[in-house]
Write a protein that binds this ligand. Structure first.
Ligand code: PEP
Ligand code: MG
Length: 702
């Protein structure tokens, strides 16, 4: 932002911002635009977003998105009305911030792929392999392999008559009824998605409801109805025109929103025209479609094993939903795939980005065999998931869950978690225009605490935001290296009020669980001491005495000095995702560096050992909550080094418990000592493959 704070005022009561520059590398697209619009709607003033000589209604999502603002673009805000000044003040930071990196974008709110093993989606649309006519290539939207038979999903155009059947007033009333009905359908899909996945994904449908509240979109339809067009014709023209505008935009994220608009638009149109659409699913089907709507994806039948679409990108909502549902999926598949006959046998290998038709029966057999073995093992693991994870020589490991919210907590409890090793609490702070209140936070923490129960630990990590995950209601200077900037505990200590509000909310849950408070991104003892004394003071004021305080070890300095931290902390938890990126100087989000950023590198393992050794004999337990806790290759090494707890993604709990039961601590100690003596991650993985049969397990289980 050049100078967003210099709001100005003219004699007529108009307020305007200075020029605001978009800094987010992804531009200003759907999610921040939705937040801007939602916030703008809270004010009674007339608010315009201005770019050059164009001004649009800042309360209209489609109008704001229609600007297709890219990084470096400049805009301004104008407002007139009683609360114009407050409106401008509230809206500037939303435009000036880097909301996408801060918002709970799919990947962040999705049940996190703990070991970050989702293959990096390639941006370019691949074309069909000329040498092999039976192979179609696409872009990985969600990894996995499935063998099944093709089922096409085609959607015919819904024909509408331009001539109205009734008066403009009646057509307008019909239109409003249809919009209301669509909104209530979307609200129930939102609820369903929240139960099946989580609130972050359910928000996609909340955004769809917002689209139906959009004054420009509904206004365009009502305007045409007033000129004598039928409601269906007017609505279809209005949403199609807007969707076409979006899909023509160069920014992939904007273009992906065309799918959302078409989804919402068609829903209303079906209601208006009384169109019924039932998909005749078949057993073990792999869907092939020009496009799927987000609501199709969220409500897919259990018989669907995976899908491929010609349209859509890896950042589209269908890709996000597929990852959360654990369904192999390709987007951007060669158009010729639409010509594959219904019922044809295929292997969808989303890990490799391919769809093979008429596969060799031996290949199908092999994939089926693997799948069957995998599900049989899953079923076996599941049978014992409520039992503790005890090694062959009698050592018990706590297998806890990494969770993001209430629905994860119930799933974790039903899978026999020994507690929650990491509640990523920041999701409640991201993707919104104002800070959550203490009551709002406490409500969620108490729900989670009651679900996990009094006898199990609940480790709540204080908000890990800032830097690469900025929030609009906090002013932060732009940073050249956000991963090395003011994030995690550093940010909390700079924003005491917000930190203390969160602490009070967390502490209100203490009577329902074994409460542990954990700080992220700690690099010095001073930070830890300062934060701990704030917790103790707030707890004292509230009369809470029973709270454990610990920290994440995710910065090399904290790993090396762990013996000092362990003197004062009740527990340490190794955040190996960040610890690996900082030890290896390799961005954890950069797929090109994934070989370097391997947590099994002996340098990272040495950091882990330093933490475990440092805590020994000090009444301070040590857990691992980063991705390698769920990596079957790493588990014997971690046990051998001597960690007390493995905190893993919820679905991995049964497998991780089963893996622990296959091992003996004494043998793990020998394995760990050897691996720590090696010089590279590949040597470590080779050794583990040969000595623990883990390579095979690794492939099958991840
Ligand atoms: C980690 O860094 O390992 C960790 C668990 O925290 P996050 O992945 O949320 O940064
Ligand atoms: Mg981390």
């Amino acid at each position: 932002m050049s100078d967003g704070s210099n709001t100005g005022e003219s004699a007529q009561g108009w307020e305007f911002s200075g020029e605001i520059t978009i800094i987010s590398p992804n531009g200003f697209h759907a999610r921040p635009a939705a937040i801007l619009v939602k916030t703008a709607k809270k004010f009674t003033s007339d608010i315009k977003l201005v770019k050059g000589d164009r001004r649009v209604n800042a309360k209209s999502l489609v109008a704001v998105m229609g600007f297709a603002l890219e990084q470096g673009d400049s805009v301004a805000l104008e407002a007139s009305g009683a609360d114009a000044a407050e409106a401008i003040k509230a809206l500037i930071p939303i435009i000036a911030g880097d909301m996408e990196n801060g918002a709970p974008s799919v990947a962040q709110t999705a049940k996190p792929a703990e070991s970050a093993k989702v293959p990096a989606a390639k941006k370019e649309t691949r074309t069909r392999n000329e040498a092999d006519r039976s192979l179609f290539r696409g872009i990985t939207a969600s990894p996995g392999i499935a063998t099944g038979i093709v089922k096409h999903i085609t959607r015919g155009d819904i024909a509408v008559s331009e001539r109205p059947a009734a008066s403009p007033e009646e057509e307008a009333a019909d239109f409003r009824r249809a919009v209301d009905e669509a909104k209530s359908e979307l609200a129930s899909i939102e609820k369903q998605t929240e139960t099946a996945i989580d609130a972050g994904h359910a928000a996609i449908f909340g955004a769809h409801i917002e689209m139906l509240d959009d004054p420009e979109l509904t206004g365009a339809a009502l305007g045409m109805i007033a000129t004598g067009k039928s409601a269906a014709f007017a609505w279809k023209s209005a949403y199609k025109a807007q969707a076409e505008r979006f899909s023509g935009l160069s920014n992939e994220l904007f273009a992906a929103r065309a799918a959302d608009l078409n989804d919402v638009g068609r829903r209303v149109l079906m209601i208006l025209t009384g169109t019924q659409e039932e998909i005749a699913y078949t057993q073990n089907c792999v869907l092939v479609a020009e496009d799927l709507t987000p609501s199709d994806t969220a409500t897919l039948d259990k018989r669907v094993l995976g899908f491929c679409t010609v349209k859509g990108g890896p950042t589209s909502h269908i890709a996000i939903l597929a990852r959360s549902l654990d369904l192999p999926a390709l987007v951007g598949i060669d158009h010729a795939a639409l010509g594959i006959k219904d019922g044809m046998a295929v292997i969808l290998n989303a890990d490799e980005g391919t769809l093979r038709i008429n596969p060799d029966p031996a290949e199908v057999e092999r994939v089926r065999g693997n799948q069957e073995e995998k599900s049989a093992r899953r079923a076996r693991d599941l049978e014992h998931t409520m039992e503790p994870a005890v090694t062959k020589d009698g050592v018990t490991l706590e297998v806890a869950a990494n969770i993001g919210g209430t629905s994860d907590a119930s799933q974790a409890a039903s899978l026999g978690c020994d507690g929650v090793g990491l509640l990523r609490s920041e999701f409640l702070f991201l993707g919104r225009a104002t800070a959550p209140s203490e009551d709002e936070l406490a409500d969620i923490y108490i729900k989670i605490a009651k679900t996990i129960g009094r006898d199990k630990p609940l480790v709540v990590r204080t908000m890990d935001i800032g830097g690469d995950k900025p929030i609009p209601y906090i002013t932060q200077d732009a940073e050249e290296n956000p991963f090395l900037g003011v994030r995690g505990l550093r940010l909390s200590l700079e924003h005491r009020d917000m930190f203390e509000t969160q602490l009070r909310a967390i502490l209100r849950a203490s009577e329902y669980c074994g409460l542990h408070i954990m700080f992220p991104m700690v690099s010095t003892m001073e930070e830890f001491r300062e934060a701990s004394s704030i917790v103790r003071r707030v707890a004292g004021d509230m009369g809470v005495s029973d709270v454990k305080i610990g920290l994440m070890i995710e910065v090399p300095s904290a790993a090396i000095l762990a013996r000092h931290f362990a003197e004062e902390a009740d527990f340490l938890s190794l955040g190996t995702n960040d610890l690996t990126q900082y030890t290896m100087a390799a961005d954890r989000g950069n797929p090109k560096l994934s070989r370097i950023a391997d947590g099994l590198n002996p340098a990272v393992l040495a950091m882990i050992k330093s933490a475990v050794d440092g805590a020994r004999g000090k009444n301070c337990w040590v857990g691992v909550c980063g991705g390698i806790a769920g990596d079957p290759a790493a588990i014997p090494v971690l046990i051998g080094i001597g960690v007390d707890e493995l905190s893993v993604s919820v679905p991995a709990i049964p497998q991780v418990k089963a893996r622990v039961r296959e091992l003996s601590k004494a043998e793990c100690e020998r394995i760990a000592a050897h691996v720590l003596s090696l010089g590279s991650a590949s040597e470590a993985r080779d050794y583990l493959g040969k000595n623990t049969g883990v390579k095979q397990l690794d492939k099958e289980r991840q």
